[in-house]
Design a binder for this molecule. Structure first.
Ligand code: ADP
Length: 454
């Protein structure tokens, strides 16, 4: 693509700010299209319409496209609704079906649910069937994570015609390799895919199961990750979640593109959620006022001698909270205050509830609260993100934007974006001990570690 070439890009995802958000993928899908549209591309987003997406609030209107498909042995009718991003000329299509999406207030049901498989199969097939009627023939179909990966299997088989004889390209972005959408092969019949075509070692077969993440990896023209380091890591045994071999087969087609941040949404100078707004010049006094407000909100004493450490996170194993569990007793005695906002695994929710109940310096809010998250990013002195692995990470980027020092584990996107305070030990300059079996120079690896390995 040359600089002046304008493309038609369809971004398919399960989350996008401001409509539905559970994690960083929503930030990316809500902001990247704006930037691409500003460069002159015609970008459109495709999402499911969950119950939390209120048709009136977002002025959803009907496109007139209605289709009936069979999923799970029953006919399902889908309609395509339409709106735009609130602050950009980006069309957003929403696939509407009451049984699989509309009646749920949450985005995900859980990987172990057959209905989870069925709803995202309906989403993928529905959008591909609807596409020709929407008069939008994308040059690039950008898919994100396993729930959208069935599209790749359809696009290489039953819906091949949508690729305009190979002129259109599939980009598949891995936001988190851990969630793969694995199911037994019977799901292929429900999906309407021919096992002889796709249930193969070079297709979506994985230890006798269907693995949609693997479909995305094997069938996309290009696979991207949300940081450079993660692109390297996932091709190793330690971070590959069993797919390192498959990823390595696609090695020349894997690119790490670091996540960016929407600087308008996350801007302390204009942020209405804060006690005191600030630019870099007046950050110090304003941050003190925000910190006082944050302490009041969490019922902590306003002691200037104690720095505040903020956490805003899904409370899951990935985020490294087992490390906090290990030092729970010591945390009570640390000369620090902790404010925690998150929800997720009951084990970690209980850990923080117990800590909050038994200490004077740790407070927690279990739940999802975007406005409060802004106040934590602004009011905390430090932001803690000890992730065991981190594909990209937006929390640390937001913290940096708000002048709050991130304390992170040097992995994935955290290693790419947080520079060690001792510049001689800059983590992002230190190459990962590489276990890749490269024979050619890598596009994403520092030249110091590219090349043949012994
Ligand atoms: P992940 O996508 O793995 O959850 P990221 O760091 O990439 O992690 O993105 C997390 C995003 O979700 C950030 O925008 C963060 O502020 C937001 N977030 C996480 N938990 C909460 C919560 N409980 N309330 C509000 N926002 C949250």
């Amino acid at each position: 693509m040359t600089k002046d070439m304008h493309c038609k890009i369809l971004m398919v995802a399960t989350e996008a700010v401001p409509f539905a958000k559970e994690g960083g993928v929503a930030d990316v899908i809500g902001s990247l299209p704006k930037e691409l549209a500003a460069l002159g591309h015609d970008v459109r987003i495709f999402l499911p319409r969950y119950g939390i997406i209120d048709p009136n609030r977002w002025a959803l209107r009907h496109t007139g496209v209605v289709r009936t498909l069979s999923v799970g042995g029953f006919d399902q009718t889908i309609s395509i609704l339409q709106t735009t991003l609130p602050d950009a000329p980006v069309i957003v299509y929403l696939l509407d079906n009451e049984e699989f999406f509309g009646r749920y207030q949450r985005i995900y049901l859980g990987l172990d649910q057959l209905d989870e498989q069925r709803r995202f199969l309906l989403f993928c097939r529905g959008l591909l069937e609807a596409l020709p009627q929407l008069n939008f023939a994308p040059d690039i179909i950008h898919l994100n994570d396993w729930p959208t990966a069935p599209c790749t299997a359809y696009l290489r088989t039953t819906h091949r015609h949508l690729l305009a004889h190979g002129a259109a390209r599939i980009v598949y972005t891995i936001h988190n390799l851990q969630y793969q959408g694995r199911w037994d092969p019977s799901i292929l019949y429900e999906a309407g895919l021919d096992p002889a075509s796709v249930f193969t070692a070079v297709g979506l077969e994985f230890w006798g199961d269907v693995n949609w993440m693997k479909a995305g990896i094997m069938y996309a023209d290009v696979v991207t990750t949300v940081s450079r380091r993660y692109a390297e890591e996932i091709q190793t045994l330690d971070y590959g979640w069993g797919l390192d071999e498959a990823l390595f087969q696609r090695h020349p087609r894997i690119f790490g593109i670091p996540n960016g941040l929407d600087w308008d949404t996350w801007n302390p100078a204009t942020d209405n959620n804060l006690v005191a707004r600030y630019s870099a010049a007046e950050a110090l006094p304003a941050k003190v006022r925000n910190r006082t407000g944050l302490r009041q909100e969490f019922g902590l004493p306003d002691d200037p001698a104690l720095p505040v450490v903020g956490i805003v996170s899904r409370l899951v194993d990935q985020k490294g909270f087992d490390l906090i569990a290990e030092i729970a007793a010591e945390m009570r005695a640390l000369p620090l205050q902790f404010v925690v906002l998150g929800s997720g695994h009951p084990r970690y929710e209980q850990l923080f509830r117990d800590l909050a109940a038994s200490t004077g310096n740790i407070r927690v809010q279990i739940g999802f609260d975007v406005a409060l998250s802004h106040r934590i990013y602004a009011g905390a002195d430090f932001f803690l993100m000890p992730s065991a692995f981190e594909p990209g990470g937006l929390g640390q980027l937001i913290a940096l934007r708000y002048g709050t020092l991130p304390i992170v584990h040097a992995t994935g996107g955290l290693a790419d974006t947080v520079t060690d305070i001792d510049s001689n030990l800059s983590t992002h300059m230190r190459p990962l001990p590489c276990s890749l079996r490269c024979t050619a120079p890598c596009s994403f690896m520092p030249s110091a570690i590219a090349g043949p390995l012994s």
